[in-house]
Ligand binder design. Structure first.
Ligand code: F6P
Ligand code: MN
Length: 358
């Protein structure tokens, strides 16, 4: 086993050797994150026996009910990464404000942004959940991070990844040299490289969208899905399959494994929420992985990684996966819908229209 497999540590050290001047801080931080993920994997796997299922009976800054495991996972991330001197600050989905390590620990060169337990509504039903993380350079290395320091476009990420807690626990990451997947050997407590340089096929016959929101979608998305549903006899000339796990990590992992396209588009449900998924710790890291795997990641109107964030908990529309499908969806957005400044407007004027609105 050990002889013919590469461990995560070995992989990271070999990557680092390509950059002779590097300090090892990034590797240190990634390994601290991996430790948090192993701890979370254990608690998730224990299920009801661990006494951590169910709601924590409080809400996060997004107004979502926090599960006990959300809070536990957040704590594992903070405790495993705050002491090492690698980070100047952190942002978590579960914390209203950015987090500074306790004063006794040195400030580092990196910012860590994470969703400690994504898809947590799936925990109680024993469906795959995951952790997502993004690493940026701290603009002021060695000093406390300012809230504005996190508002960097996703193209600036130096590492992004996720852990998936499914039938097996895997860590999938990129440090800008392709996407590589590691599987946890629970007996050794070590991640081993099991898939290297993952590539997403540029076309697909599988799409993922929460169709219960259909009445709120924009015309471009209506058109795309309608054409897929028409199958072989429609304009796409092929039958499509559909999936919706309601766990971004699980959907990303499926797409990195067998291809596909995912949409969580902007919709007219709530004008205060232009999209559901969070830019800094859900959308950007997934977009980085998808581009590194040869796929595309878009808001429907522009490349995700070019978006300059305005708020650490900002939400945004997200379309990613097979490059040709994403380009088609972008094309439909540019053909069928002109920018309007207010979402309710298109709700009454534009929905179901296939010609440009006034
Ligand atoms: O964190 C948000 C999230 O749980 C994602 O993991 C998932 O893709 C999405 O929300 C599911 O949304 P919905 O509840 O609309 O199906
Ligand atoms: Mn999430």
């Amino acid at each position: 086993m050990l002889a013919d497999r590469t461990t995560l540590v070995q992989f990271l050290i070999e990557e680092r050797r390509r950059h002779p001047g590097s300090s090892g801080d990034l590797n240190g931080l990634i390994l601290d994150v991996a430790l948090a993920c192993k701890a979370i994997a254990n608690r998730v796997a224990a299920g009801a026996l661990g006494g951590v299922l169910g709601s924590a009976e409080q809400t996060n800054v997004q107004g979502e009910v926090q599960q006990k495991l959300d809070l536990l996972a957040n704590d594992y991330f903070l405790r495993s990464t705050e002491w090492g001197g690698h980070v100047a600050g952190m942002v978590s989905e579960e914390l209203d404000e950015p987090y500074l390590p306790p004063a006794e620990y040195p400030r580092g060169k990196y910012l860590l942004l994470f969703d400690p337990l994504d898809g947590s509504s799936n925990i109680d039903v024993n469906v795959s959940v995951g952790s997502i993380f993004s690493i940026l350079r701290a603009p002021q290395p060695g000093a406390d991070a300012d809230p504005g320091d996190y508002l960097q476009p996703g193209s600036q990420q130096v590492c992004a990844g996720y852990a998936i807690y499914g039938p097996s626990t895997m860590l999938v990451l990129s440090v800008g040299t392709g996407v590589h997947a590691f599987t946890l050997d629970p007996n050794l407590g070590e991640f081993f490289l099991t898939r290297q340089s993952i590539q997403i096929p540029s076309t697909t016959k599988e799409f993922a969208i929460n169709a219960s929101n259909q009445r709120f979608w924009e015309p471009a998305v209506q058109r795309y899905v309608e054409e897929c549903l028409k199958g072989r006899s429609g304009p796409r000339h092929k039958d499509y399959n559909m999936r919706w796990v309601a766990s971004l990590v699980a959907e990303t992992h499926r797409i990195l494994t067998r291809g596909g396209v995912f949409l969580y588009p902007r919709d007219s449900r709530d004008p205060a929420k232009p999209g559901k998924l969070r830019l800094l710790y859900e959308v950007n890291p997934v977009a980085y992985l998808i581009e590194q795997a040869g796929g595309a990641a878009s808001t429907g109107r522009q490349r995700v990684l070019d978006v300059v964030p305005s708020n650490v908990h900002q939400r945004i529309s997200f379309v990613f996966g097979a490059r040709e499908e994403v380009e088609r969806i972008e094309d439909y957005h540019s053909q069928t819908y002109e920018e309007t400044s207010s979402l309710p407007l298109y709700g009454t004027r534009g929905l179901f229209r296939t010609t440009p609105v006034g």
